[in-house]
Unconditional design. Sequence first.
Length: 473
Amino acid sequence: MIVITKKDVAWNFIATFLKTASSIILLPLILKCLSAQEIGIWTIFISIGGLASIADFGFSPSFSRNITFIFSGVNKLSKVGFNNESNTGVINYVLLKTALKAMKYFYSRVAIFVFLFLSIFGTYYIKYVLKDYQGSNDSIYLAWLIFICYISFNMYTIYFESLLIGKGSIKESKQIDIIAQIIYLCLATILLLLGYGLVGFFGAQLFSSILTRYFSQKKFYTAELKEKLKNSHVDDYKDIIRTIFPNAIKGGISSMGSLFIYRSPLLIGSMFLSLQDIGSYGLTRQIFDVIYLVASTYSITYFSKLSSNWAINDINANRIIYVKSLLVTFFLYLLAIPALVFVANPFLTLYGSNTLLLEGLPLYVLIAHYFFNLFHGQSIPIVVSRNHLPLYYVGFIGGVIVIILTFVMLKYFSFGVLALVISPTVVYMAYENWKWPSYAFKVLELNFKTFLDINKLVISNFYRSLKFKLTSV
């Protein structure tokens, strides 16, 4: 059984805080060292990297769930849901070794595809974006090459994330992230100050990623596990892929839709708006993403525990995790928004930044967009951790609508940057913002009264725990 302790949560918060801190530290440096056009290109690179993850097509979370099931004692994987009857409570090392072989086989081929696709079609797109660029094209192309290597390497080794999370080694995983993040922060800072620009930034990311994967491999393959795997044979590893294929494809289609909704406005906008406007929009989204990540840390930590609880049919534990996730998430989000609205741009102006955050209506639309997304974002893990992905096609349909809506608003109307924030907000609020929470309530067998009762219980327990700690000091 997977056990998630307070130490796991604490280490995850520390790792997330450090990642946030490094972003906060590096952002002013990036804004100071890069021109407005370079910042626009930087945000485009990041969006392309996000879209490149489509190549995973939902296999990463599917592998992670099934690794969790294996470490929870499940003896046979299922295409949909999980087989409680096959749960022996003992790890099946033949099944584990076969799953590892399947992951290596799959991701080696995905990485090759990503490298070739970005090298050919991605380079053509970058060439188009640089048509009005006033700086050195050679440095941008070098940064692009490093970026391609970074994305391809991450895709080739992404299964290590699934292994550590699936095993429940949250604390160890986050300790590795902390070490790699500190090294990345120091290296990126030095290279940016030395004037290496985007080349230095993405070079630091590549080096940090290599370190993360190296230490992750060492941490997962303990001496005991190596011995167990050495004495186990490999069954038909392609059968593992065939087993998880149905849900992985559903997850991939859903993820593709989400990425279209999130990434396509910026890429479409780059064809109609200036690099300066794209930079301002991209910077604002980066800040919101940091806030979203920090606010979601609690639920991210407990994802593998959700799958483990379903495997042992402990629905009440998952109800409590869900309610706690919502409470922590919205508390942190609402805590950060005033600073974003009233402090961010004055600070950037004082710092001498070449780019500021969006203001006025576009900013307020984004605040509402992320608020409602947090609610449905905490609900989705409850559903998919059951190895069941309903409504997978909805996200894809929404993504297509966002692409069309954004293009029309920019091509035929004078919405400007506002088009980039309105289109995804309208699409999400029309369906997914309310549908996923209602689905989570259904699988958790929650009604409004039960939900409020659990909220009161969680808050009461927190208050008593805090009071006890204060009186003990």
